[in-house]
Structure formats: structure tokens, C-alpha cells
Design a binder for this molecule. Structure first.
Ligand SMILES: Cc1ncc(C[n+]2csc(CCOP(=O)(O)OP(=O)(O)O)c2C)c(N)n1
Ligand SMILES: [Mg+2]
Length: 1020
């Protein structure tokens, strides 16, 4: 017997009481081990024997039997077949039961069932039923909980599920069996495949086979999945005898791949002993594992793999999975080589790449992309998913048969980082699914210096995956064949069900966290054990040599062959004179940039006809489509606006989207409640009031040959969903991809995506993205959390120099856009919003765009735009200059107020009321970054006698004040003007806004009062 681990999970209900000593005697006879009775918890089963037949306690078993019978009556024992038939005919349970045959027949094969009439009322042989229930329960217990006892830790010191003892439900319980019962033959239930061709087996053999399947080097965690077809499928992949057999050729392939993986790390360690590379030592099997997944999925038709992974083993994956030329990797170790192209670069274990190669096993071409990622663990998960989804979308790969993602994780990060959970929750949503991701956890049982016991509260580091019913295959990484088997099953699973699956590679970390760390400081015992541990390559090679699969000489030749490849690459790398950041691009855009003049500022207006056509369809529901009365009114007023050639915010947005769709650019708008719009202003999806799930998206019915529009309410996640949309935007530069926050301040839960990817992605990884962030912003008395989208943070991360006035060339505007890391706007008119959206796509390059979007302006009549501002020849305005009375008599103007966003309308109203329309000019800065130095300068020059003021509704330590002040100072210096810019706005504060409406109004009143005071003169 493999181990003393006979279990009875959740089983007491089916068993009658038997003394614990009997159980222990039985177990020890099976295993040869002595069982200490006193150490067993004293637990007694319920008196199942005393229960009437079919009490509630047997219901789980019965349910299984019943569903198996429903699918195939011959799959259950005849006694059950008969029972269910009788019940179906209406017999009460007590009478439906028919006495079974003698199961422990002398021949060892169960006798066939004698038929009895339902009404005969033959007494029930409860012992036989209970024995069968017990066997069934034993089998089920292994299926449910065998993984807890599997030998997963190659070091044999830790319990990978953090349980020193078998968990509660695996406590050895009470059997009714005596020693001699082990040789009794039991018919196997339909819910197991351990029998192979045998329909019945002796109990001893049943337990032995279950131990082999569930308690050796693979721990299959799957019985929590609430789908019979799927659990049955998994059983078929692990239970049949001999299922895990490999041909000699397959074994040699595993060995060759293990040689590459192991010798690559050894090569790097030899050449750069103290250089950080986050080596894979201790989990070298990762490389054969990934290659197996790719081989299998390639055979199933996948030709594009998008991979996300952390630091550990990344170089090895690039070299041996993606086959990035070795010399390119080696070059990254040469600190003297500078990048010859754009970008500030990143450390070598964060870089991405994209590569096409021939898969030698399937002889098919495949594309492999590893997505660049920051140090922030797991942050790239949703990005990979978005990129994968986008590729599937553009290729029409509606069920993920061509493009798939593989995500690698560390054990500590997988358990600890919330974005893992957020990403899992996207996995089955219609607009976000990638039809199954294969997750591989490099579970080295440590996170930097922290033990699993201190790093997570869940038994396994993989428990998060259970929320989406992903099967989890724990596997001892020192058993390469077991690893390869689960990889094949994982690939089959994805292909069959299109759902996520997790491979938990339980391994160890041979050295410290990085190459200069000393692990003995913190894990002395573990590392003493590691020091004695031969590599899995050595162990596997020895076993293959011993079994005659390869000779020692063949093995050594394989090693020498790869060592030579590394050495040759090393020599070749020495000859390289420069590195190129573009060599490490994860999402190259082919010839997108070709033929585009990077200095051409595009015009964004569209023809009057187009505006009318889109506006008309956008405001008209189809005939016979019953919409809500309130919505009818909204559409009617939209229609009137179109007739009057006016647009409110929602119409301006729709006109932008619609015109891009017409021109062939797909548009995707994703975020919480975006379909209707948080403020009920958008209504991009019309719902039939009488037909369930009948919807109509007007923007998808504009033109027969238009691009497709996707508008999708997301899960309640910012980090996950923004990451996803960023990934989506990376795939195709011709698409407009937009993420909208419910309120702008919620974007800070996605701060990592904003900081690490969006603001700095191009600098670090030469990766462009035209993603748009719509962040509702504005002080309207809604309290601290619904007012500010934290404009100041975006401005602080902008890369333009406050002290540098760029050269005033004809290309000023486009040059600034070309150089900026992103564009930050606070827009005040629908027309400008329309142009900003369109400009994203017609620009000759891509830049992220962050827009502070309005709330009250959505309905403010003054904040509407005429079609004149959107039709041909019009374009985006970085600054909207004063155009009223003040501008007509500039010399008489006493004050120039610069502002941004919705405050403009409040200032204008106040100016009117105070009767100072001719004395105060108000100009709006619409694009804050890159700062319109040239236009602000022109405004200041225009009003030579005016003082200068910045007005904002945010607090002084927030909003655009500090950003604007520094840049206006530069302008004033250039103009030799001896004035300063004054401030009007809320005082500094810790909270973003007051929670008190009265206070809010008071503060606003003070701001307006300060702004309208024309006595001030901003002298230095
Ligand atoms: C979000 C985040 N927090 C903290 C860190 C610092 N850090 C780098 S590696 C590491 C340990 C990771 O452990 P694990 O996920 O098990 O991966 P391993 O290094 O063991 O392969 C930590 C805490 C980080 N990189 N990212
Ligand atoms: Mg770890």
C-alpha cells in the first residue's frame, strides 16, 4: 500500500458505527504500518444503520447515482437501476427497493440482481447496501480530498496545503469492514474510472488505485466544480489505469527540454554570478511544462499565445519557450550597451517581446508574445487578458480556438494580490472572456523571505481560482512526467470547455530570492534541505538511464550540445554594439506608422450629412421596439437637438463614436454601468420593455460597412478592468478603446495600471496606447468621494518641463503631443469632447488620453455645441479663448481669468450678475497636458492691462493650480511681464471635498467673489 491514508470524507453519514480499533487494524493491515489509536480523534459516525433507508443523510450519494442513472441507466448497479425505475413509476422509496444480489460472491464477481416485484416487500439487506455506500464514499472521499494527502513537496518538509495533519474532513473514520473485507469484490460506481475494463474490484485494489491516482505526485482539486460533465471529464483524465504513460520518445523530449532549462540557468550563473536575474532553479520543469501546453494547444489549432509572467524564470522562458535569440538576451547583461532608439528602457526581467516561430512538434507556425510588465506582481494579468481578447475579437475568433493566454504566477503573489481575483472574475463575462486561460503557479513555497504560513490564510496558494470553478492540478515539480501529464490535461480542458485551469507547480527555490540574497538567514532548515537536493534534471536523467530510455552518453551529449549553443551566443553577443528597445516590443503594430507624417496635425471635423445621419439613428428606436416612456422623451429631445443642429454631451460623444465607426475604426467603451451611463445620460443600449434580453444598440446600425461598436457594463472592478482595456488597446491602433470610471476618484484603485503602464509604458517599453480614460470630475456638493478625479495626480505624472517654453514652430501642437507621455484634458463643450475622441484615432501616433468628464454639464443648456463646431474644417481646441465683450475691447479688460472645466459656466454667470462682462476675460484651458504655452501666452499678450488669475474649484493642493502656476510663470518670464498669477479656489485640504452641502456652496461663493474682484492687480 502506498501510504496509510484511508479516508472517509464527509462519510460518516453513510456508515454505521464500528469501533475505531477495528478501523485501525484494517488500515495497518493494508499498509503494514502501525496506527496509533490514541492519536486518532474520537469521532463517531451517526447511527446510519438505525436510519431508515433513504434518510436525508444518503442524499448526496443518491443524487450522484440518480444523475448517473438519468444519463445512462446501465452505468449504475442494477439494484439502483431497478430502484429508480420503480420510483419513476410512482412506487414509494421503501417499496421501490429491490434486494441486491450477493456482492461478495465466492467467484469474486457480483452476481446479477434477482428481480423482485415492488410490492413483494422483501426485507432489505442493509449490510450490503451500507458496504456499497461505504465503498462509494471511500472513492468519493479520495476524489474530493485526496489532494490534501498527495506528496507534492519535492523537499518533503512542508505540507503544501498548510495542514500538518489531514484536515478535518479527512479524519480516518469508522468502517464497517473487517480484514477479510479487503478481499471482497465490489462493483464500482459509475462515478469512477479506476477499474479500467473491470466493473468490479477487490476493496484492497480499489484503495490502492485511488492512492495511486490521488495521493502520489498529483493532487487533483476539482470536486468543488458544480458540473457533472466537467468533474466526470477530469476523472477520466486521471483515473484509468495506465493513463499516465509516456513513450520513450516523449520521455527523451522532456529530458531535452529539461536540459535546456537547467543548463540555461547554469550558464547565466556561471557568466554573471551576482547579476540579478531571478533564476528558475528549483522549478526548471516550468519550461517543458509550458512547451507541452503550447504543443498541445497548437495541435488543437491555437496559433497565437499571449503570455504574462513575473520575474522568476522570465529569461529562461524568453530563451527556451519563445526562442528569443540568445545573444539578444545576453546583451541585456552588458551594462555598457546603450539603447540606440527611443525610450528609457527597463530591467531585463520586465521586458516583453513578440516572436514568430515554427512549433517543431506540430510543424505549425505560432506567435508568442510575452507582455512587458512592471515589478508590480500580477499587474499584467488583466492586461494580458485584454490583449488576448482584442486579438480574438479582431480575428473573429469567437471561442478562443486561435488565440489564447497563459498566465504565470508566484505562489505568494497569486494568493496575495487582489488583481488576481479581479482578473478571474472577468474570465466568464461575455465581453471580457478569453475562453480559458491556463494559469501556472511557480509555487516555490516562499515569497522573498516569507513562509506560506505567514503569507496566506487559505490552504493552498491557488484557492482564489475556486471562485470561478477552475480545476486546480497540484503537482510535484520534481516529477517531470506528472507535470507533463497535467499540462496535457490542462490544454485539453481549455480546448474542451473554454474555461480557466490552474497548474500548481510545487517546487522550491534553490537560491535566494535573487542571486545576491542569502536564504539561510531566514529559512535555515529549508535551505539545508535544498542544498542536498539534486536537480530534477539529474534525477530524471538518472531514471531514464536506469530504465534504458537514454544512455549516459546520449544524455551528456545533449547537455554538451546546449552548452555549446550558449557559449556561441555569448561570443556573438560580445560583437553587438547597441541594443534596441524596439526589439522588446510586445505588441508591434506592423506597418501602422508607415506613410504617416508624424508632424501632421489632423483635422477632426466631419460633414454635416454625417452628423445628421448619425444623430438621426442615435435618436430613433426601431419600429416595433418598445422602449420605456422616459427614454422616448429623451430620444425625442435628442432628435430635436439634431434638427436644431445642436449637441449635448451624450450626442457629441455619439457623433464622435459614430463617425469613427463609419471610417472603419472599432470603438469599445467599457466600465461600470457605461451602457446607460452613470448619470443616465448615454443610453447606448435600448431595452425592449416587453421582451426579455431584447436589446438594440443604435450605434451598431449606422452604416452597412461600419466597424463594430462594443459597449459593455463591466464587473465592479477598476484595477482589473482598466488593465484589461489597456491590453485591448495595445492590440490594434485603429480602435478607440475607452474605460470610464463610475466617478473619477475610483480610478485610484487602478493606480498601478495608471502609474506603471499608462503614464510610463511608452518610455519603458516603447509601447504606445491610445486608451482613453473618462473620469467624471467636478465639485457639485456630492461629498468627498464623488467630486475629484484627482486631476493633480495625472498632471504631476506628465513629462513636460514646467520651465521650458517649447520652440514656437508651426508644428508646436503636434510636436508637444508627440513628446508627451499622455494627454490630460478637462473639457467644457460637447464639440471639444467630440474632437478629442476623434483626434485619438486620426493622430499619426498613439497617446493615452485622460479626460475629466462633467456631471452637471451633461444637462446644462449652456454647455451645448452647435454642429458648426463639429463639421468639416473644425478641430480640437486646446484653449477656448474669451470671445465675448471683453475680447472686443481687450485694452479695457482688468482681469484675465484662466480656468478649466465646469467652473467656467459658474464664472460666466457670476460675471454677468456682477455686471463686469467687459472688464473680465475668461479663457478655458481645455488641454492641460501638454500645456498650451503658445495659446496661454497669446491670451496674456492680448490683455496688456489685465491682472492674471487662475480659478479652480478644487482645493489649493489639488486640481491644476500648481501645474498651471509653474508654466504660466515660464510664460510670464518669456514675456518679461512683471506680474504673478493669482489663485482663486478652495484652500488646502486633506479631504478632496466637503461632505456638507452648505459648506460646499459657501466655498463656491467665496471663489466666485475672489474671481470677480477687479481691484486686485497681480503685481509681483
Ligand atoms: C505588488 C508587489 N508587491 C511587492 C513586491 C516585492 N516583491 C518582489 S518579489 C516578491 C516575492 C514574490 O513571491 P512569489 O510570488 O512567491 O514569487 P517568487 O519570487 O517566489 O517566484 C515581493 C514581495 C512586488 N514586486 N510587487
Ligand atoms: Mg514564491
Amino acid at each position: 500500500m502506498y501510504r496509510l491514508k484511508t479516508m472517509l470524507a464527509l462519510s460518516e453519514r453513510n456508515l454505521s458505527t464500528v469501533g475505531r480499533a477495528v478501523f485501525c487494524r484494517v488500515c495497518s493491515s493494508w499498509t503494514g504500518n502501525r496506527v496509533d489509536v490514541s492519536s486518532l480523534p474520537r469521532k463517531y459516525a451517526t447511527q446510519a444503520a438505525a436510519e431508515p433507508f433513504l434518510s436525508g443523510s444518503s442524499s448526496a450519494y443518491l443524487e450522484d447515482m440518480y444523475s448517473a442513472w438519468q444519463q445512462d441507466p446501465s452505468s449504475v448497479h442494477k439494484s439502483w437501476d431497478s430502484f429508480f425505475r420503480q420510483t419513476a413509476k410512482g412506487a414509494p422509496p421503501g417499496q421501490a427497493y429491490v434486494r441486491p444480489p450477493t456482492l461478495a460472491s465466492s467467484s469474486g464477481v457480483p452476481a446479477t440482481l434477482p428481480t423482485h416485484a415492488v410490492t413483494q416487500g422483501v426485507p432489505i439487506d442493509e449490510k450490503i447496501i451500507e458496504d456499497h455506500l461505504s465503498v462509494q464514499t471511500i472513492i468519493r472521499s479520495y476524489q474530493i480530498a485526496g489532494h490534501h494527502l498527495a506528496e507534492l513537496d519535492p523537499l518533503g518538509i512542508n505540507s503544501v496545503d498548510l495542514q500538518a495533519n489531514p484536515p478535518q474532513q479527512l479524519l480516518m473514520s469508522h468502517y464497517r469492514f473487517e480484514e477479510q473485507d479487503l478481499d471482497r469484490v465490489f462493483r464500482l460506481p459509475a462515478t469512477t474510472y479506476i477499474g479500467g475494463d473491470s466493473a468490479a474490484l477487490p476493496l484492497r485494489e480499489i484503495v490502492k488505485r485511488l492512492e495511486e491516482v490521488y495521493c502520489r505526485h498529483i493532487g487533483v482539486e476539482f470536486m468543488f466544480i458544480n458540473n457533472i460533465e466537467q468533474t466526470d471529464w477530469i476523472r477520466k483524465k486521471f483515473e484509468p489505469p495506465g493513463i499516465m504513460q509516456f513513450s520513450n520518445e516523449e520521455k527523451r523530449l522532456i529530458l531535452a527540454r529539461l536540459v535546456r532549462s537547467t543548463r540555461f540557468e547554469e550558464f547565466l550563473a556561471r557568466k554573471w554570478s551576482s547579476e540579478k536575474r531571478f533564476g528558475l532553479e528549483g522549478c526548471e520543469v516550468l519550461i517543458p511544462a509550458m512547451k507541452t501546453i503550447i504543443d498541445s494547444c497548437s495541435a488543437y489549432g491555437v496559433d497565437s499565445f499571449i503570455i504574462g509572467m513575473p520575474h522568476r524564470g522570465r529569461l529562461n522562458v524568453l530563451a527556451n519557450v519563445c526562442r528569443k535569440p540568445l545573444e539578444k538576451i545576453i546583451c541585456q547583461f552588458d551594462s555598457k550597451l546603450e539603447a540606440s532608439d527611443e525610450g528609457s528602457g527597463d530591467v531585463k526581467y520586465h521586458l516583453g517581446m513578440s516572436h514568430e516561430r515554427l512549433n517543431r512538434v506540430t510543424n505549425k507556425n505560432i506567435k508568442l508574445a510575452v507582455v512587458a510588465n512592471p515589478s508590480h506582481l500580477e499587474a499584467c494579468d488583466p492586461v494580458v487578458q485584454g490583449k488576448t481578447r482584442a486579438e480574438q475579437f479582431y480575428r473573429g475568433d469567437t471561442d478562443g480556438k486561435k488565440v489564447m493566454s497563459i498566465l504565470l504566477h508566484g505562489d505568494a503573489a497569486f494568493a496575495g494580490q487582489g488583481v488576481v481575483y479581479e482578473t478571474f472574475h472577468l474570465s466568464d463575462l461575455p465581453a471580457y472572456t478569453t475562453h480559458g486561460t491556463i494559469h501556472i503557479v511557480v509555487n516555490n513555497q516562499i515569497g522573498f523571505t516569507t513562509d506560506p504560513r505567514m503569507a496566506r490564510s487559505s490552504p493552498y496558494c491557488t484557492d482564489v481560482a475556486r471562485v470561478v470553478n477552475a480545476p486546480i492540478f497540484h503537482v510535484n515539480a520534481d516529477d517531470p512526467e506528472a507535470v507533463i501529464h497535467v499540462c496535457k490535461v490542462a490544454a485539453d480542458w481549455r480546448t474542451t470547455f473554454g474555461k480557466d485551469v490552474v497548474i500548481d507547480l510545487v517546487c522550491y527555490r534553490r537560491f535566494g530570492h535573487n542571486e545576491i540574497d542569502e536564504p539561510l538567514f531566514t529559512q535555515p532548515l529549508m535551505y539545508k534541505k535544498v542544498a542536498k537536493q539534486p536537480t530534477s534534471l539529474v534525477k530524471y536523467a538518472q531514471s531514464l538511464v536506469a530504465n534504458g530510455v537514454v544512455s549516459q552518453q546520449e544524455y551528456e551529449e545533449e547537455v554538451a550540445k546546449y552548452d555549446k549553443i550558449c557559449e556561441e551566443a555569448y561570443v556573438a553577443a560580445k560583437k553587438e554594439t547597441a541594443v534596441k528597445n524596439t526589439d522588446w516590443l510586445d505588441s508591434p503594430w506592423g506597418n501602422f506608422f508607415e506613410g504617416r507624417d508624424p508632424m501632421k496635425m489632423p483635422i477632426t471635423g466631419v460633414s454635416e450629412d454625417v452628423l445628421h445621419h448619425i444623430g438621426g439613428i442615435f435618436s430613433t428606436p426601431p419600429d416595433d421596439f418598445v422602449i420605456h416612456g422616459g427614454l422616448k422623451r429623451i430620444l425625442k429631445s435628442r432628435s430635436e437637438m439634431v434638427q436644431n443642429r445642436m449637441a449635448d454631451w451624450a450626442l457629441g460623444e455619439a457623433l464622435a463614436f459614430g463617425s469613427l465607426l463609419k471610417e472603419g475604426s472599432p470603438v469599445r467603451l467599457s466600465g461600470q454601468d457605461v451602457e446607460r451611463g452613470t448619470f443616465s445620460h448615454r443610453h447606448h443600449v435600448l431595452h425592449h420593455q416587453n421582451v426579455d434580453k431584447s436589446m438594440y444598440v443604435p450605434l451598431n446600425h449606422l452604416y452597412p460597412d461600419q466597424a463594430s461598436y462594443t459597449v459593455c457594463n463591466s464587473s465592479l472592478s477598476e484595477y482589473g478592468v482598466l488593465g484589461f482595456e489597456l491590453g485591448f488597446s495595445m492590440s490594434n491602433p485603429t480602435a478607440l478603446v475607452i474605460w470610464e470610471a463610475q466617478f473619477g476618484d475610483f480610478a485610484n484603485t487602478a493606480q498601478c495600471i495608471i502609474d506603471q503602464f499608462i503614464s510610463s509604458g511608452q518610455a519603458k517599453w516603447v509601447r504606445q496606447s491610445g486608451i482613453v480614460l473618462l473620469l467624471p470630475h467636478g465639485y457639485e456638493g456630492m461629498g468627498p468621494e464623488h467630486s475629484s478625479a484627482r486631476l493633480e495626480r495625472f498632471l504631476q505624472m506628465s513629462n513636460d518641463d514646467p520651465d521650458h517654453f517649447p520652440p514656437e514652430t508651426p508644428h508646436f501642437e503636434i510636436q508637444q503631443l508627440h513628446e508627451t507621455n499622455w494627454i490630460v484634458c478637462n473639457l467644457s463643450t460637447p464639440a471639444n469632447f467630440f474632437h478629442a475622441m476623434r483626434r485619438q484615432i486620426v493622430l499619426p501616433f498613439r497617446k493615452p488620453l485622460v479626460v475629466m468628464t462633467p456631471k452637471s454639464l451633461l444637462r446644462l443648456p449652456e454647455a451645448r455645441s452647435s454642429f458648426d463646431e463639429m463639421n468639416e474644417g473644425t478641430m480640437f481646441k486646446r484653449l477656448i479663448a474669451e470671445s465675448g465683450a471683453a475680447s472686443e475691447n481687450a485694452d479695457g479688460v482688468r482681469k484675465l481669468i484662466l480656468c478649466t472645466g465646469k467652473l467656467y459656466y459658474e464664472l460666466v454667470k457670476e460675471r454677468e450678475q456682477k455686471g463686469v462682462v467687459e472688464k473680465i476675460a475668461i479663457s478655458r484651458i481645455e488641454q492641460i497636458t501638454p500645456f498650451p504655452f503658445d495659446l496661454v501666452k497669446a491670451e496674456i499678450e492680448k490683455y496688456p492691462k489685465a491682472s492674471l488669475m487662475w480659478a479652480q474649484e478644487e482645493h489649493k493642493n489639488m486640481g491644476a493650480w500648481m501645474y498651471v502656476q509653474a508654466r504660466v510663470k515660464t510664460i510670464l518670464g518669456k514675456l518679461n511681464k512683471d506680474i504673478e498669477i493669482e489663485y482663486a479656489g478652495r484652500h488646502s485640504s486633506a479631504a478632496a471635498a466637503t461632505g456638507n452641502k452648505q459648506m460646499h456652496l459657501m466655498e463656491l461663493g467665496q471663489i466666485l467673489q475672489t474671481t470677480m474682484d477687479i481691484r486686485s492687480r497681480s503685481k509681483k
